[in-house]
Every structure is written in C-alpha cells, then in structure tokens.
Write a protein that binds this ligand. Structure first.
Ligand code: S3P
Length: 174
C-alpha cells in the first residue's frame, strides 16, 4: 500500500500525450508493488471499443470526456492504485478534484514538446495528435492546467521511465 503520512493514497499520473505516463506507471507499479490502471483502457471497456479512433467515431470527444468522468467516480475511492490518466483529464475540473478528494496524489510528468514529438513521431493512435501545429496549441493551452493540479512535478526529458518512477517513489516515501 502506498502511504503518504498515515493515509493510503492513489498515485495519479497526469501529463500531455506522449509524456510517458503509461511506461512510467508500469515501472512504478513494479517498483512499489502496486496495481496500475490505465484510464484509456477503462474508456474502451466502458464504451465497448478497441481504440481511441473508435471512441471518437462513436461519440466524438464528448463521449471520451463523459466516460472519463464516469470512470473517476468509480475508481477514485479505491486506495493504493497507480492510475495513468489520458492527457485530457485536466479539461474537466471535476476529475482532478475527485481524485484529490479521495487521497489522490497528483504527479505531473512534464515533458518538453520536443520530447513529446520524439515519442509520438510514428504514432497513429491519437485522434488529437494528427496535426503538429494543433497539438502544440493544445500543449500550450493545457500546460497551466497540469501545473495547477500537480502535487509534484517530475521533469522527464532525458530520463528513463525507471528514473522517473524512482523519483516518484522517493517523493511518496519522503
Ligand atoms: C488525449 C490523450 C490520450 C487519449 C485520447 C485523448 C488527450 O491519452 O485519452 O487520445 O486529449 O490528450 P494519452 O495521454 O495516454 O495519450
């Protein structure tokens, strides 16, 4: 169980698409022996889809955002989870407020746009990362949101997922 002071917490990873939330969650899950859940996978389960293109084809971005809200209500009250979120969860204040209200410790994986471009150069899975200029606009728009929700910021440029996971573990244990 992840303890923060005397409370069992959930560790919530936020950050832009391609910042490494999934790989870091995997590594952190191993390091801390905690279960890990991926919000995008739960979105597919809840919407009976297989990928994000199907979600958008079925109900557009609205279906994604509504499903994310339904998921947070279901999972936030559990304890001792690592949750890797979709990059857009910061768009609905209710999601991060809900996580925090239920002992969620929010870690912002801060990547530069250059790092994100490197990670996503061959990606075809993200409907909101089709056009680089539009993605940069989203990145700039969301940056203050990620910062405002972060209990902890971890810079991820030039770091391996294991190094980022160790930094998060050290913070949780401190
Ligand atoms: C999105 C991020 C994606 C996924 C969807 C929309 C966003 O998750 O939820 O494509 O709006 O930033 P990742 O951050 O895991 O790529």
């Amino acid at each position: 169980m992840a303890l923060f002071g005397e409370f069992a917490v959930n560790i919530i990873l936020i950050g832009f698409m391609g910042s490494g939330k999934t790989v870091v969650a995997k590594s952190l899950s191993k390091l801390m022996s905690l279960p890990w859940i991926e919000m995008d996978d739960l979105v597919y389960k809840h919407t009976n889809t297989k990928n994000m293109h199907e979600v958008f084809a079925k109900g557009g971005e609205l279906l994604l955002r509504e499903t994310e809200i339904a998921i947070v209500k279901k999972y936030a009250s559990k304890a001792g989870l690592i949750i890797s979120t979709g990059g857009g969860v910061v768009l609905n204040k209710i999601i991060l407020d809900y996580f925090k209200k239920h002992n969620g410790k929010v870690v912002f994986l801060r990547a530069s746009f250059e790092t994100i471009l490197k990670h996503l150069q061959n990606d075809t899975q993200r409907p909101l990362f089709q056009d680089q200029a539009e993605a940069k606009r989203l990145f700039d728009f969301r940056m203050p949101l990620y910062l405002s929700y972060a209990d902890k910021i971890v810079d991820v440029d030039h770091k391996s997922p294991d190094e980022v996971a160790s930094a998060i573990e050290a913070w949780i244990q401190s």
